[in-house]
Design a protein around this ligand. Structure first.
Ligand SMILES: CCCCCCCC(=O)SCCNC(=O)CCNC(=O)[C@H](O)C(C)(C)COP(=O)(O)OP(=O)(O)OC[C@H]1O[C@@H](n2cnc3c(N)ncnc32)[C@H](O)[C@@H]1OP(=O)(O)O
Length: 387
């Protein structure tokens, strides 16, 4: 291969860099200014949603045939990363729209896809994902929400917990037991609408971070839905849930990378301004070593995330491993980097007058949701050790 061509190996395509620039511009103007307020008030950042929707970044992964932007998994990760760099709560908008719709994209009928993906692409509806329950978190297959067949309908009863955008989303992918004797093979997936009779929501959770992203319980009280709202075949719901997470754990990794980048960017500016002992604190080698470690961990996390995104886009056989590895590594890195950013700002970093304590609180959830990092290690080890 000619020498000049070899420089094109292993770097982002130009169109992906262009997407990053476009998202960054929208976020600087219309998302970042509301980040502190969303954190302070705990209110859904409607201004961010409107700005993302206007630029088609609210659900960029939806395929073109359903009216979406048709962004590939890497482009979607970059959108989420850049929104998270400005406001982690707002990054849950494109991330959860992908999480909620991925079961449909992977396993739904053409009719269901057309009916439900199109309004999400248009920005007229959002989609949430209902897997966890009060007693079924890491052990997702132990869920007890039931769906019982009644003629041409299914009737759902149960409670889902930790549901992002609950109450704001119009649509919900709900996993429910259709055969209690078959554990994971007795779980099926359904589309439920907020407007369906018997659907209601709990009080907003009082959280440490991502405060602008609503997290509530969802209650199903004799919710009667048409049988054609089942996603895929009966009994395939758990596998669909896991396949979905293989793809969307990459988006959590991207969110973690974005939060960490936001914290590093802020801390870099601060230490060059802040003077102690007669010079900027950035001139001290102890501080320089901290910044170097932060940058190094961040770039390693980003590279693993983008590699996993490529595998998500292609549907590679080792996506399960890479999705878990990227989510686990990037979220641990984000926690370390944001904590160090607070340290670099000293007492100021510990106050709400500066954004890094928010970023540190926001980073914490990335080690927990879409499977704790302990679950990610179970997933990775099983993949590494399988025959
Ligand atoms: C406060 C802030 C808000 C918080 C918001 C939180 C929102 C969320 O995070 S939603 C999701 C959170 N939950 C999770 O991530 C769940 C974590 N748990 C898991 O991932 C799984 O339960 C896990 C990995 C522990 C494995 O569970 P386990 O019960 O041992 O299942 P396992 O025996 O491996 O698999 C069962 C079946 O599923 C299939 N399966 C498992 N993984 C996959 C996969 N990746 N792809 C396809 N099929 C799969 C298996 O092949 C098996 O099928 P079969 O019975 O036909 O052989």
């Amino acid at each position: 291969m000619p020498a000049e061509q070899s420089f094109d190996v292993y770097r982002l395509p130009e169109e992906h860099e262009a997407i990053r620039e476009a998202v960054r511009e929208v976020c600087a103007a219309k998302v970042a200014p509301h980040a502190a307020e969303a954190d302070e008030t705990g209110e859904f950042p409607k201004a961010s949603y409107d700005a993302l929707r206007a630029a088609d970044f609210h659900a960029p992964h939806i395929p073109v045939e359903y009216g979406g932007a048709g962004a590939d998994a890497l482009a979607t990760a970059i959108v989420i990363e850049e929104v998270a760099r400005a406001c982690a709560s707002s990054s849950l908008i494109p991330a959860v729209n992908k999480l909620g719709t991925m079961p449909l994209i992977l396993a739904g009928s053409e009719e269901l896809k057309r009916k439900y993906l199109t309004p999400v692409a248009a920005g007229d509806a959002m989609f949430s994902y209902c897997l966890s329950e009060p007693e079924a978190g890491s052990d997702a297959a132990s869920m007890t929400t039931k769906a019982v067949r009644d003629g041409d309908h299914w009737v759902l009863n149960g409670v889902k917990r930790w549901i992002t955008n609950a109450g704001v989303s119009e649509y919900y992918t709900v996993f429910a037991v259709t055969d209690p004797t078959a554990r994971s093979r007795g779980i099926s997936a359904f589309v439920v609408e907020k407007a369906d009779a018997g659907v209601s929501f709990g009080a907003p959770e009082k959280k440490l971070g991502i405060k602008g992203s609503p997290t509530r319980e969802v209650y199903f009280d004799n919710v009667r839905i048409p049988a054609d709202r089942m996603i895929g075949a009966e009994g395939t719901g758990f596998a669909t849930a896991m396949r979905t997470l293989d793809h969307t754990r990459v988006t959590i990794a991207a969110q973690a990378v974005g939060i960490a980048q936001g914290a590093l960017d802020y801390a870099k500016g601060y230490i060059q301004e802040r003077k102690q002992f007669g010079k900027p604190v950035a001139d001290f080698q102890g501080i320089q070593f901290m910044v170097a470690d932060m940058g190094m961990k961040l770039e390693a996390a980003r590279q693993l995330t983008y590699t996993a995104a490529g595998k998500s886009e292609r549907g590679d056989a080792d996506l399960t491993y890479f999705g878990a590895a990227a989510k686990c590594f990037a979220s641990d890195a984000a926690m370390e980097i944001t904590t160090d950013a607070v340290q670099l700002l000293g007492g100021y970093g510990y106050t709400r007058d500066y954004p890094v304590e928010r970023m540190m609180r926001d980073a914490k959830i990335t080690q927990i949701y879409e499977g704790t990092n302990q679950v990610q290690r179970i997933v990775m080890a099983r993949q590494l050790l399988k025959g």
